[in-house]
Design a protein around this ligand. Structure first.
Ligand SMILES: Cc1cc2nc3c(=O)[nH]c(=O)nc-3n(C[C@H](O)[C@H](O)[C@H](O)COP(=O)(O)O)c2cc1C
Length: 349
């Protein structure tokens, strides 16, 4: 039986990515366990948080921990590097390729001072020649696809986006992802998707759209309005792999692990994620609470749940409170899926 794909797979170089749905890089968030959970629910590509080129070149363990692909996941991993020196970036790319990266992504969008001050991240938007030089050297250093993640310019006066992306394509970038905000905007305002359309119309390489997608109909709208080849989701995935599964299903791919999710699936996923995190970092209670707060978002009585976990320091007890809260919801016959993906029209598996 031929499967009807509403949105075709993403082709980057020789690689075929399906569904064409990408987990965005998020510093302090997209660690291996987070990527594992998201992978299971229907993203085609997951991205590490940005990894310092210097950390890789100096062989520092924390940097390698950030970019290690998950041995338990079939979903390919993009390793995102940040730095400024083309030769160093190329060498780091070679090393992460040898370490199992499926794709290397160059960060040209991070607006955080610490990164910009080094001339890296979004600062590269102001030095197109340097960025194109990096792409050129990295492209020649590795066989895996090379992509660049960009914001739409440094500030609202930036006008060179189209020329910049053309330069990057000529330098050998296999695809670009565009977050529709300027660096100066940080996360304020709304992402301007019209830039994604303009870039898509101007270059032949695949364009991945990013910014403010929070629902399956939003993801559809981004594809329709911009013509982008794939959608990248960051914040809306926090505590919500079911959203990604719903989008994948809607586009004709197997999402949500192949079945209709319910509270049992919710509990299993949270236990697995939190349990594995506790094993790795038993003292990171603040991060555990953050993960649980994300998971509780959209569900009834979550304010009370948040209050209860805010008063607990013992990781095992956090999961106990979580279980009690979910049992209460199940007893009240609250439906699971509309909590996490409101307004969903259909799931086809
Ligand atoms: C906590 C956090 C950390 C982020 N870290 C990175 C990063 O390491 N590299 C990067 O290119 N973008 C980073 N971003 C930006 C996201 O990848 C994405 O472009 C942005 O959040 C917009 O997409 P969204 O509206 O789907 O969240 C980060 C965003 C957040 C919220």
């Amino acid at each position: 039986m031929k499967i009807e794909r509403k949105v075709p797979p993403l082709r980057i170089g020789n690689a075929c990515i399906f569904p064409p749905l990408v987990l965005a890089p998020m510093a302090g968030v997209t660690d291996m366990l987070y990527r594992r959970v998201m992978s299971r629910y229907g993203v085609g590509l997951v991205t590490t948080e940005m990894v310092s080129v210097q950390g890789i070149l100096r062989d520092q363990r924390p940097s390698w921990d950030l970019c290690a692909p998950d041995p338990l996941s079939q979903v390919p991993t993009a390793v995102q590097l940040f730095g400024r020196d083309a030769a160093g970036m190329a060498e780091a790319a070679r090393r992460v390729e040898a370490g199992g990266a499926f794709l290397v992504d160059i960060n040209a969008g991070c607006p955080v001072k610490k990164v910009v001050r080094q001339g890296a991240g979004a600062s590269l938007l102001r030095t197109p020649d340097v960025l194109a030089g990096i792409v050129d050297e990295v492209r020649r250093a590795v066989k895996i696809p090379v992509t660049v993640k960009l914001r739409v310019g440094w500030d609202h006066r930036s006008t060179g986006m189209i020329d910049l992306v053309r330069m990057l394509a000529s330098a050998g970038a296999d695809a670009v992802s565009i977050h529709g905000r300027t660096a100066v905007q940080m996360y304020s305002g709304r992402a301007d998707w019209s830039w994604i359309r303009r870039v898509k119309d101007a270059v032949g390489i695949p364009v991945i759209g990013n910014g403010d997608v929070t629902s399956p109909s939003h993801a559809d709208r981004m594809i329709e309005e911009t013509g982008c080849d794939a959608v990248m989701i960051g914040r809306a995935s926090q505590g919500n792999p079911w959203l990604l599964g719903a989008i994948a299903s809607r586009w004709g791919y197997v999402g949500n692990g192949g079945g209709m999710p319910g509270w049992r699936d919710f509990v299993d996923t949270v236990h697995e994620h939190i349990g594995a995190f506790i094993e790795r970092k038993p003292r990171a209670v603040g991060h555990l609470r953050k993960l649980l707060i994300w998971y509780s978002k959209g569900c009834p009585n979550s304010t009370d749940f948040r209050y209860r976990i805010s008063r607990v320091e013992e990781p095992g007890r956090l999961l106990g409170i979580f279980d009690e809260w979910v049992e209460g919801l199940m007893e009240k016959d609250v439906e699971f899926l509309p909590c996490k993906v409101p307004g969903i029209e259909y799931l086809n598996n």
